[in-house]
Design a protein around this ligand. Structure first.
Ligand SMILES: Cc1cc2nc3c(=O)[nH]c(=O)nc-3n(C[C@H](O)[C@H](O)[C@H](O)COP(=O)(O)OP(=O)(O)OC[C@H]3O[C@@H](n4cnc5c(N)ncnc54)[C@H](O)[C@@H]3O)c2cc1C
Length: 662
């Protein structure tokens, strides 16, 4: 190598090369404490310039002494070493130099195992995904022990009315008149009974991966969610929200003169129009023509372990899915069955607003509809057998919803013991005779809505003939892989799960496709399940409740941010509500969360994502949220968590540090 080439190499050193060169130098140089002057002074950990030059040449790093001096100065300028008094550049002389890394400016303390002491040793550890040691699915209140004896509402008997253009279109899509069933294939990879969310997703998913699929529906494709559940109830709630906003507009300086009136006929027509506009995606035609599924409209019934009969035809299957859902259960209150009561199956057929409405049941369905009708102009009374509403939810959350509904004008009767329901039939008022905290009373209503729970649809399905165990109260018995006691048959959705939500029917179906068709081993207990009740304010939840944690003896910390401390809550005039997050004590692993607020149903997804990804609350504090948003409350819970991680020792050190900087 020529001198020029050598210099070029040295000049082109990058940081990595420099580190490597430094390490080499330190290996071959004689570094020791050296004395100089009179009286002599000791300079610790020094090497001598001339010795370094000789070694650089000897090791072949420098081509000659000049080159060694050049390399040495380059390293000195890069801050690798310096003259002990900073008086000289690098020279081929008996001058002392010291590596900066050997300077005694303090050093990282080491633990007995040799690893560096870290702040993390003083603060609570962050969680990792592996910390997930138990299911994060909460216990929800037991179904009524008498549910099996409750009458189950027949969807077909309630029908769809009025038969205006929207409902006609709706029926044409979801239960086409004179539908001609296909000729069954000799055998199917998958036969699905029930075309609600669970059945539709099972059928579409399986057909999408090339399976030969048959789908059987006795009433309306789309099931409860589209026809008598989520969709119409949310359409109604939207109108009710608009009515409430107008009534409460004065708070924002908006004056509406005269009385606010609601055109209930229009509200219901809008509901029917929107419902019909969503229906094409669930239609018989789409499933048969676009997705290639054999659609049978009729009642399906097992006739053997691998056979189902529909409309007199037998379908042979390798695998089957029971997705028959559930319908409203009518409690055994004397006189109720003879009275013209409503359930979710018939309430959306109304065309006239009842002036007075009684709602039996204080769960999500009853409360959503109670608030909707009250805001639309009815005078609503909610009956609860217990001393609260929303028995499943965080009691503080339920209280906030109760207060909001009271402000709307809803009245509540608690600890109710029903004596009977009296009616003269037709459009005559219905009276509920009951006893509560105020004694025995009778209240008269123009409509009575029964929302006391749902009964799984298990009867008349021939489940016994297929070796499928079931219970009239709890539904079809399934293992954690959603498999029934007939290994070729799976069950999804409301018929087999206590988590009765559309998204759980959907995700249950995805799991079943993997397990039934692709030898999957997915478990339902691994799902992290969020849900929401769409009252105003909304209540949303994911993971374990406080009471679950206490019952399971899991130690936890709770971080709460009230919306009256969140700027967006204040400027929107929505200060009632909170974000409450539970973490495993000593870590930031999120175990559960409840949000009460106007967008709680949307906000809960952020926490669900974090839980699913094993991301702890401490990390959520680092996620930038646009200002001002309600979701900032989640980040602020993260901040609160991080503040809590500062132990007294760390706080003292921080304080000293700050004092030093002043
Ligand atoms: C008023 C109300 C509001 C709701 N709001 C929400 C909400 O906002 N969010 C949410 O997630 N969930 C909500 N739900 C719950 C949601 O609607 C259900 O969890 C979901 O529809 C269940 O889907 P599924 O497929 O299990 O059953 P279903 O939707 O009940 O479908 C079952 C289907 O099977 C059919 N069937 C039954 N027996 C047979 C047979 N022998 N042969 C052929 N077909 C048969 C039925 O006709 C039905 O179409 C609400 C429910 C109600 C009542």
């Amino acid at each position: 190598m020529t001198k020029e080439e050598h210099t070029d190499v040295a000049a082109s050193f990058d940081d990595t090369d420099l580190e490597e060169l430094t390490a080499r130098l330190k290996r071959f140089l004689d570094i020791q404490d050296r004395k100089y002057g009179f009286p002599s002074k000791t300079y610790p950990k020094c090497f001598v310039g001339s010795e370094a030059v000789a070694q650089l040449v000897k090791e072949g790093i420098a081509i000659d002494e000049d080159d060694a001096v050049r390399i040495g100065n380059m390293m000195l300028n890069a801050g690798v070493f310096h003259h002990v008094l900073d008086e000289h550049p690098f020279k081929n002389e008996k001058l002392f130099y010291r590596f900066l890394s050997d300077e005694d400016h303090g050093t990282v303390a080491r633990k007995p195992d040799g690893s560096a002491v870290s702040w993390a040793d003083f603060i609570a550890p962050l969680s990792s995904a592996e910390d997930k040691i138990f299911t994060l699915q909460p216990e929800i209140p037991e179904r009524d022990p008498n549910l099996a004896s409750f009458e189950q509402v027949e969807l077909e008997a309630c029908g769809v009315s009025p038969l205006d253009e929207h409902n006609t279109k709706f029926l044409d899509l979801l239960h086409p008149k004179a539908w001609v069933d296909p000729t069954p294939e000799p055998s199917y990879n998958l036969v699905v009974i029930g075309a609600g969310a669970g059945g539709l997703v099972s059928a579409a998913g399986a057909a999408g991966v090339g399976a030969r699929v048959a789908l059987i529906e006795s009433h309306l494709l789309g099931g409860d969610c589209l026809t008598v559940g989520c969709v119409p109830s949310k359409a109604l709630l939207r109108c009710a929200k608009a009515a409430a906003a107008v009534r409460n507009a004065a708070e924002f300086g908006v004056n509406v003169s005269g009385e606010v009136s609601v055109d209930f006929g229009y509200v219901m027509e809008r509901l029917r129009r929107l419902r019909a506009s969503i229906a094409p995606v669930d239609s018989a035609q789409r499933y048969s023509e676009k997705l290639g599924v054999d659609v049978f409209i009729g009642k399906g019934r097992f006739t053997g372990k691998n056979t189902i009969e529909v409309n007199g035809q037998t379908l042979n299957f390798a695998k089957a899915v029971v997705a028959t859902g559930g319908t409203a259960a009518v409690p055994n209150i004397p006189g109720l069955k003879q009275a013209p009561y409503l359930t979710n199956a018939s309430v959306f057929n109304l065309t006239e607003l009842p002036a007075r409405m009684g709602v039996i049941g204080a769960g999500p369905i009853g409360l959503e509809l109670a608030q909707a009708f009250q805001r639309l102009g009815s005078q609503v009374t909610v009956f609860s057998r217990s001393d609260k509403i929303m028995p499943k939810e965080d009691p503080e959350a339920a209280k906030i919803v109760e207060n909001a509904m009271r402000r709307d004008g809803v009245t509540f009767a608690y600890n109710v013991n029903y004596k009977g329901v009296e009616s003269r039939g037709g459009k005559a008022p219905v009276s509920v005779v009951f006893e509560d905290d105020k004694g025995e009373r009778t209240l008269e209503f123009d409509a009575l809505l029964v929302a006391t729970g749902r009964k799984p649809t298990v009867n008349g399905l021939g489940l016994e003939d297929a070796g499928i165990e079931f219970d009239e109260r709890l539904g079809v018995k399934v293992n954690d892989r959603m498999q029934t006691t007939n290994p070729d048959v799976y069950a999804v959705g409301d018929v087999a799960s206590k988590y009765q939500f559309t998204h759980m029917s959907d995700f249950g179906a995805r799991l079943v496709i993997r397990n039934a068709l692709f030898f999957g081993r997915d478990k339902f207990s691994n799902f992290i399940i969020p849900w929401a009740t769409y009252t105003e304010p909304e209540v949303a939840h994911v993971g374990l409740y406080e009471k679950d944690l206490e019952e399971q003896n899991i130690e936890f910390w709770t971080f709460t941010r009230e919306f009256d401390d969140v700027d967006r809550g204040i400027v929107d005039g929505e200060t009632e509500g909170f974000v409450k997050i539970h973490v495993k004590k000593g870590t930031d692993q999120i175990l559960g969360a409840t949000i009460v607020g106007s967008h709680a149903g949307d906000m809960i997804s952020e926490i669900t994502v974090a839980m699913q990804a094993g991301m702890g609350l401490g990390k959520l504090a680092n996620v930038i949220h646009p200002y001002p948003t309600a979701a900032e409350a989640i980040r602020q819970c993260g901040d609160a968590y991080n503040r809590s991680r500062l132990t007294p020792t760390v706080k003292v050190i921080f304080n000293r540090l700050m004092a030093f900087k002043r």
